[in-house]
Design a protein around this ligand. Structure first.
Ligand code: CP
Length: 307
């Protein structure tokens, strides 16, 4: 039993907890595979999506997961809420508590926002991405997709290429994959690597042609132009020439390798269209698996509450 009020990151999850979530997602996946789109697990529960940043996949996936499990799913966008009148995150959270929220799914531009909210509300908080810190449900659906393909995470060679510096997805994947025994290499120009990355128990490379050799998983990351100061790389075209994942580079990976990307994809920047739409692309599989992962997490958190 996942004995936690909140799911805030993968940094402090044990292998047992990670496997419990992956196993529960497998159960949800099997239910969805039968074509069933309504189960009673969260009947009478209020799930509130509180998003201070834009989202397509995460928000839709949480809303769909909540509705499939018979919860009342409520969406709040910062731009159309009283946040735009100056209300703080903590006050907003306390008001959602007063409105009988059981789960608050939070996306916020500030690293640590989900931890701050979780300390101040009764509802369970799920981190749907906080600044540059973590995006745990994305990493869980990534890890689930790798396990679905390869049977086990232990010993997998995973290359994460791109804007590591600004990527909460990379950080959550590194924590989770390391805990489950994968071998992770991060690859980027020096300007797109965060200080201290080598202390995260990963191999670090600036040469994608070299480190992609023999990889089982090649994960591209979006160039987060909105979070960057000027001058971290000369141009998107030059970035693509050295770090873009195209068919020629992918040939160097293991013959059975898969390509992943959390989305949204900037075609021609971090991935060529040929790769994004190719047979080795698991990008849309990741999106589908996100539904089962989010169902499993909400179910486990609510089961834990009822103990
Ligand atoms: N992967 C991801 O977080 O996508 P969205 O920003 O669309 O939610």
């Amino acid at each position: 039993m996942l004995k936690r009020k909140d799911l805030l990151g993968l940094k402090d999850l044990t292998a047992e907890e990670l496997n419990e979530i992956l196993d529960a997602a497998d159960g949800m996946h099997k239910v969805l595979a039968t074509g069933v789109k309504k189960i009673p697990n969260l009947q009478g529960k209020n799930v509130i999506n509180l998003f201070y940043e834009n989202s397509t996949r995460t928000r839709t996936s949480f809303e769909a997961a909540a509705k499939i499990m018979s919860a009342n799913a409520i969406n709040i966008s910062a731009s159309t809420s009283s946040v735009s009148k100056g209300e703080t995150l903590i006050d907003t959270g306390k008001n959602l508590d007063a409105l009988l929220a059981d789960i608050i799914v939070l996306r916020h531009s500030m690293s640590g926002a989900a931890h701050l909210l979780a300390k101040n509300v009764r509802a369970g908080v799920i981190n749907a991405g906080d600044g540059l810190n973590e995006h745990p449900t994305q990493a869980l659906l990534d890890i689930y997709t790798m396990k679905e393909k390869f049977g086990s995470i232990k010993g997998l060679k995973v290359v994460i290429a791109g804007d590591i510096k600004h990527s909460r997805v990379a950080r959550s994947n590194i924590w989770g994959l390391n805990t489950l025994g994968a071998s992770v290499t991060v690859c980027a120009p020096k300007t797109l690597l965060p200080a201290g990355i080598e202390n995260m128990d990963v191999s670090v490379s600036n040469d994608l042609d070299d480190c992609i050799r023999g990889a089982n998983v090649v994960m591209g990351l979006r160039l987060q132009l909105e979070r960057q100061q000027a001058g971290l790389f000369p141009s998107v075209a030059e970035y693509n020439a050295y770090y873009g994942i195209d068919a020629a580079r992918l040939m160097r990976a293991d013959g059975d390798a898969i390509v992943m990307h959390p989305g949204p994809v900037n075609r021609g920047s971090e991935l060529s269209s040929e790769v994004a739409d190719g047979e080795q692309s698991y990008i849309l599989r990741q999106v589908t698996n996100g539904l089962a992962i989010r169902m499993a997490i909400m179910d486990l958190l609510m089961q834990g509450r009822n103990q």
